[in-house]
Design a protein around this ligand. Structure first.
Ligand code: SF4
Length: 421
């Protein structure tokens, strides 16, 4: 249900969020735009054939299966990957002809993500948008009245429960969850440690909170406040331990292979392409061989070659972008607390791995053996798009139920981030 005016008054904005539309056309070229019946009726009443040859002799609105798509009745047609209403200069024809407010809600809502929390509606920016990722444009406060207006229209806003799931049947109240979130954010800012060590230390931190809770319950003792558990943690020691965590190439290959096989199959499904064959799956599971990747427009690539491309998180520009992205992801509250904290954190690390993987692919495409900041920028955008496209529920950016199983293992983080780069 859309939110009432009073509910929209309480919004939590990302502290460093900036964005203005620079008409890159990315969002109109990648996502399928679905519309409800009333929008369909409004748009279908216009004779679009007067605006160009591409509108003639073809359906502009593709009917959807009502049983599957809920409130959506149609999808906008595309020319290749681009929305049919997207002009050559990346202007929206609906916007030009009928005004900004006439555009489908999905278009007007981009790049905002909303999730209801006990503090109010948490707003974040979709970092598939290059302006949002590059922090180009107006501070997000300047978009507040637009955001409030959108909130009265959107019907699919995920809600975080007052008790956030920690692990299995263990939960944290909202205040305690915020303590953990703040500790993770502080960890992301520990400049002396590598990003990989920070991610591994984040797992140790969350598992320690789980362990203390479980122990208290087993001994029928009151659960100590999370703030105390976190206060007793020696973060420097956690990071030092994390830095010593040995790489586990075999386990890493398996995780990478399973994730890649699952991802490519789902992507093929979503993008109507040929699913991976048996041989390709086996090769992926072995973490080697040559496969055709959707992410590289079906080009064949050797995984061993990709793995050899250097990705250095200590390199200043890469480090800054990676850090800013990961902090924005944590602040978005759409990854970590919507599953369980442990699993959510593992998904969070999964996003890191994907960004690293995609940026290597971008460097490979450029013919380089070293990932540069622009490759990572594209890698992050692809990761964001993949996570959004494959999300199992509105607002949750994760890679689907199957991958939850992969990410469930506490060994996942150390094995997956330590790739001996
Ligand atoms: S309707 Fe307009 S804003 Fe929406 S995807 Fe198409 S061109 Fe972009």
């Amino acid at each position: 249900m859309p939110l009432s005016r009073e509910q929209t008054e309480l919004v939590v904005l990302p502290p460093s969020g900036r964005y203005s539309c620079h008409r890159c056309g990315n969002c109109c070229s990648r996502y399928a735009v679905r519309i409800d019946k009333s929008t369909y009726e409004r748009l279908a009443a216009v004779d679009w054939s007067q605006y160009g040859e591409r509108f003639k002799g073809r359906p502009l609105f593709i009917p959807l299966d009502a049983a599957k798509e809920g409130i959506y009745s149609h999808e906008l047609a595309r020319v290749g990957a681009r929305c049919i209403f997207l002009e050559d200069d990346n202007r929206c024809l609906i916007h030009s002809v009928m005004g900004a407010d006439a555009k489908p809600l999905m278009c007007r809502k981009f790049p905002y993500n909303f999730v209801r929390t006990p503090e109010g509606v948490n707003v974040s920016l979709d970092l598939f948008c290059p302006s949002a990722l590059g922090q180009k444009g107006e501070p997000i406060e300047n978009h507040l009245s637009e955001i409030r207006g959108l909130l009265t229209e959107v019907s699919e806003v995920a809600t975080l429960p007052a008790e956030v799931a920690l692990f299995l049947d263990q939960t944290l109240n909202w205040r305690d969850y915020v303590e953990v979130e703040n500790a993770l954010l502080a960890l992301m800012l520990c400049e002396d440690a590598t990003m990989e060590a920070r991610l591994i230390a984040g797992t140790a931190l969350i598992l320690r909170v789980c362990q203390v809770q479980l122990q208290a319950r087993m001994e029928s003792q009151p659960v100590p406040p999370v703030a105390r558990t976190l206060g007793e943690l020696n973060v420097a020691e956690l990071l030092a331990q994390a830095a010593k965590t040995p790489a586990a190439p075999l386990v890493h290959r398996l995780y990478l292979g399973v994730t890649l096989a699952a991802f490519e199959s789902m992507a093929a499904d979503v993008h109507g392409e040929k699913p991976l064959g048996f041989g390709a799956r086996v090769r992926l599971l072995c973490g080697s061989g040559r496969v055709k990747l959707w992410t590289l427009n079906g080009q064949e690539v050797s995984l061993n070659q990709l793995r050899k491309i250097s990705f250095d998180t200590a390199q200043t520009e890469i480090h800054t972008l990676m850090q800013r992205w990961l902090i924005s992801k944590l602040e978005s509250r759409t990854v970590v607390p919507l599953t369980t904290l442990v699993r959510g954190w593992h998904h969070f690390v999964g996003h890191f791995i994907w960004a690293r993987w995609f940026s290597r692919a971008m460097a490979w495409r450029r013919g380089s053996k070293v990932v540069e900041c622009d490759d990572l920028f594209e890698g992050i955008q692809l990761t964001e798009m993949a996570a959004r496209t494959l999300a199992p529920q509105p607002g949750v950016k994760s890679f689907g139920k199957f991958l939850d199983l992969v990410y469930d293992s506490p060994k996942f983080v150390p094995a997956a981030v330590a790739d001996g780069n």
